[in-house]
Design a protein around this ligand. Structure first.
Ligand code: ADP
Ligand code: ZN
Ligand code: MG
Length: 494
């Protein structure tokens, strides 16, 4: 891969400037301006009607759900929602755009002036950078052209108009991003937020989330931005990062060689790890925007806005902060538990039924996570249910099983594909609850470790843990942990 990490040296001389444009498919049941199904993967050209085919005389009617979703997304990224926004025609010819124009929004988008916080590049925990969101507007998607074969071997192009008229939002960032890594973080956060709101599945393979990256470089210290290039057709966040790295290096090289960067659209080729010029500014579109005559202004009433606000879920960052406090988690563990809203919901619902919610988090992270990963399983394929995790946490909490037995039981669950309750009922791990038996083992351990006893009696109370560990081992993990703890202290003090 020619795309390499940028050399820090050259970056002391030049500063990259990046702005991102993200298109997101909304998960409405029907299209933006007609009643056709908004469904990925249907037989080609089955979800079409006179409106989305742009037949003469057909009139668009705005889908209220699309407005609700756009509003939710806008609120989630801290935008101000306009009370009155205007749809506009964006005119261009493309075979998969039968109307010859796309209904979009231009100078009066539904929302503006938002932001997304990303962690800063230096990685200091809790330190963030705020990336401005210029606007969020609504528009419709075009159809799809499918080519059989590539380049010279292409013989036919087919048109599938199912996607024509499906609802999109476009989210345009301010040119606030300074590194490819920040761009990656911005996109990761944006996607996570959108997934939490439920307005899109953000599936990049299916084109539900698409990103165009604008990038320029300028000498450090210079205020005026350099000329930007726009990189299109990048279908993963990692490729966007790589494309930006490549593009920054290319532009710096052009300038260092005494040339000038030209404004153009470039395509990313992931196989070669480089970008190619697609069209220059001279060939750029003039879309001749004008207000869409077939749609009235879109009015977002105070009631509508309030209803949307009420539907807004707790967003990822806020949820992580709360869960870190509530379950005494570190940042990384909180991230794991909140990776998806659905999972975080399931975890919290389960944790609330347990004696110690924090213990549920611990068991989940220490026993379940690693085993699932090792077997390449998703959480919903786990042999141990969330209820099983709660049971395990409660048993541990009550001292009915030791942490060693917990591990053994989880091993059994994963080997036999059983839930925790099943394994526990059958195995019912032996527990030694006979004080005399435990005391005998403690006596022996104390006799064998006079040095540690001396340390303990000299004031180093933490040595108690050593004795607990030794006796637990001697008991093959079967000593009742609560009883063992109590007796060790008693013996050492005595
Ligand atoms: P255009 O009119 O060419 O579409 P816009 O002003 O609408 O340009 O900006 C499109 C995107 O490009 C935005 O995300 C914006 O932040 C970003 N952008 C604008 N100017 C620059 C620049 N000089 N360098 C990098 N990104 C830029
Ligand atoms: Zn239709
Ligand atoms: Mg633009």
């Amino acid at each position: 891969m020619p795309a390499t990490a940028l050399s820090p040296e050259i970056l002391t001389k030049y500063e990259p400037v990046i702005g991102l444009e993200v298109h997101v498919q909304l998960l409405t049941a029907t299209k933006a301006f007609c009643g056709c199904a908004n469904h990925f993967g249907s037989e080609p050209n089955t979800n079409v009607c006179p409106v989305c085919l742009g037949l003469p005389g057909a009139l668009p009617v705005l889908n209220a759900k699309a407005v609700e979703f756009a509003t939710l997304a806008a609120l989630a990224i801290n935008c101000q929602v306009r009370e009155r926004s205007i749809f506009a025609r964006k005119n261009y010819f493309y075979p998969d755009l039968p109307k010859g124009y796309q209904i979009s929004q231009f100078d009066k988008p539904i929302a503006e002036h938002g932001w997304i916080d990303v962690p800063t590049a230096d990685g200091t925990i809790g330190s963030i950078k705020r990336i401005g969101v210029t606007r969020l507007h609504m528009e419709e998607d075009a159809g799809k052209s499918l080519h059989d074969g590539f380049g010279d071997s292409a013989t036919r192009t087919y048109l599938d108009l199912n996607r024509c008229g499906t609802p999109l939002i476009e989210i345009v960032s301010e040119p606030d991003i300074r590194t490819p890594e920040e761009a990656f973080e911005y996109l990761t956060r944006l996607k996570e937020i959108l997934l939490y709101t439920g307005v899109s599945d953000c599936n990049m393979e299916e084109g539900s989330l698409r990103c165009d990256a604008n990038v320029s470089v300028r000498p450090r210290g210079q205020e005026k931005f350099g000329t930007k290039a726009e990189v299109k057709n990048v279908n993963s966040f990692r490729y966007i990062r790589a494309a930006l790295e490549y593009e920054i290096e290319r532009q710096i090289e052009v300038i260092e060689d005494g040339g000038r960067v030209i404004q153009e659209t470039r395509l990313w080729n992931s196989t070669e790890g480089r970008t190619y010029s697609m069209r220059s500014k001279e060939q750029a579109h003039d879309y001749r925007y004008f207000p869409e005559p077939d749609l009235p202004p879109l009015i977002v009433t105070a009631e509508f806005l309030a209803a949307a606000k009420a539907k807004l879920p707790e967003l990822p960052e806020a949820r992580r902060a709360r869960m870190m406090a509530e379950y005494e988690l570190n940042d990384q563990d909180a991230r794991t538990l909140t990776a998806s809203r659905e999972f975080a919901d399931r975890f919290e619902a389960a944790a609330r039924t347990a004696k110690s919610p924090r213990r549920v988090a611990n068991v989940l992270l220490s026993e379940l996570g690693g085993r699932l990963k090792a077997q390449g399983l998703e959480l919903d394929q786990s042999p141990v249910s969330m209820a099983g995790v709660v049971l395990a946490a409660d048993l541990l909490d009550e001292g009915k099983i030791s942490s060693k037995q917990l591990k053994q039981l989880f091993d059994v669950c994963f080997v036999r594909g059983e839930d925790f309750a099943v394994a526990y009922e059958r195995e019912k791990p032996q527990q030694i609850t006979d004080s005399a038996a435990i005391e005998a083992m403690i006596d022996e351990t104390i006799a064998n470790n006079p040095k540690q006893v001396e340390q303990y009696r000299g004031g180093k109370k933490t040595v108690a843990a050593f004795f607990v560990g030794q006796v637990m081992k001697a008991s093959k993990g079967q000593a009742n942990p609560a009883l063992l703890n109590e007796l060790v202290t008693k013996k050492l003090e005595g």
